[in-house]
Write a protein that binds this ligand. Structure first.
Ligand SMILES: Cc1ncc(COP(=O)(O)O)c(C=O)c1O
Length: 394
């Protein structure tokens, strides 16, 4: 067989998936993934919408569609998602994506040459690290504190590495659950203007807020159109339908859409139309109102149990939304080793935090817990068991 391309050399596949081979046992409680709760899906609403769509426009929806996306979805996205967040735009500013993950891939495709530097929050979303690695980018981690990215450190890294892109998950970040303060969002944009940088604002969790006030998107401060905002319907409607949207400067969106032509031609019409109907019928606010209390309850159960059972030396975030809690044990503790014990002996899974760093030596003592996919009782039981394990090593 011929050799695989060099660009795949450093892409190892998700180490998380490898770890999860340990979890074939159906009795395991998983705080590992990032799946929405099974109970959260609007099955009945989508069943009705899809039946009506197929009855009324089946032939059109089963035909090829346009690469830029199904027009009613792009319109509904502008009206129902972007506008309420204070973002105005034209149809040509919007591209439908096959999941927001595709937005990342397309942005890499249109901006990155091998060796180009990309700034990322440290730690960050594993899928993004993989995408940048496939395109042979130089990954430059930027430090965070409790309020998100540290602006001075970011400027230092810009001056040193001359990056083209900065990738940011500003709200209820994956993996840390942290939210970037509004003031820093503005500072970030001013830095991008000063140093000729594009900001990728990946914001799939912003509508999963359980308390506190919404923070304006980074895009809100974007006077020179340097921010490409990615929104996903995965966490607020369903990940299986694979629909997201990108909003940015027309020139960038046009280039992304050319790149999308040779990627998947277009996002499936049927799922785009289903999301468009869901939005234009005004179903999203009611749906969120139904699911947010579930998640709020599960997050509270997780934090209360951690407060009760975890060692004093363990520090963890207290997010106001999203799907994740991030924690840190004392230096020197290898959480991947604890994960193996937890998965095999305690039948509890979570993600060791080192997976989310650009460098394998970082974050060995950290972990990410997800609270959306298990019920309250299972979360409490899992945290009790993990608390006992962590105490032994603290
Ligand atoms: C920060 C972030 N971006 C993007 C995605 C992928 O979203 P989508 O399902 O829309 O591709 C995820 C999924 O977990 C994520 O956490």
């Amino acid at each position: 067989m011929p050799e695989f391309a060099r660009r795949m050399e450093h892409v190892t596949g998700s180490a998380i998936r490898e770890l999860f081979k340990l979890l074939a046992d159906p009795g395991i409680i998983s705080l590992g993934g990032g799946n929405p709760a099974r109970e959260s899906f609007p099955v009945e609403e989508l069943k009705e919408i899809i039946f009506e769509l197929m009855t009324e426009s089946g032939v059109n929806l089963l035909q090829y569609g346009s690469t830029e996306g199904y027009m009613p979805l792009r319109e509904a996205y502008l009206e129902r998602i972007a506008k309420p967040k204070g973002i105005e735009g034209d149809i040509q500013n919007v591209l439908t994506l096959t999941g927001s993950m595709q937005g990342l891939d397309l942005l890499c495709k249109v901006f990155l040459n091998p060796g180009d530097a990309v700034l990322v929050e440290s730690p960050t979303f594993l899928g993004a690290l993989q995408a940048f690695t496939v395109y042979q980018a130089e990954l430059v981690p930027v430090n965070m504190d409790d309020e998100g990215i540290i602006i001075d450190h970011m400027e230092e890294m810009i001056i040193k590495h001359h990056p083209k892109l900065f990738y940011c998950i500003p709200t209820f970040q994956n993996p840390t659950g942290k939210t970037l303060r509004a003031k820093r969002r503005e500072q970030l944009v001013r830095l991008a203007e000063k140093h000729d940088l594009i900001i990728i604002e990946d914001d799939p969790y912003c509508d999963l807020r359980y308390k506190g006030d919404p923070v304006p998107p980074i895009k809100k401060f974007d006077e020179e159109e340097r921010v490409v905002m990615l929104n996903s319907f995965s966490k607020i409607i369903s990940p299986g339908i694979r629909v997201g949207c990108a909003l940015g400067k027309k020139e960038i969106i046009r280039k992304m859409s050319v790149a999308k032509q040779c990627s998947d031609t277009h996002t499936p019409n049927l799922t785009q139309a289903a999301v468009a109907e869901f939005l234009s019928r005004g179903l999203l606010p009611g749906h969120l109102k139904r699911i947010l209390p579930y998640y709020a309850e599960r997050l509270a159960a997780m934090l209360d149990s951690m407060d009760e059972c975890f060692p004093e030396s363990c520090r963890y975030t207290r997010p106001e939304g999203g799907l994740f809690v991030w924690g840190e044990l004392e230096d020197g503790i290898n959480v991947t080793e604890l994960f193996k014990i937890a998965a095999t002996e305690l039948k509890v899974a979570f993600i060791p935090g080192e997976q989310f760093f650009t460098c394998p030596e970082m974050g060995k003592n950290t972990f990410r817990f997800n609270f959306s996919s298990e019920n309250r009782k299972n979360i409490e039981s899992a945290i009790r068991k993990l608390g006992a394990l962590f105490r032994q090593y603290a």
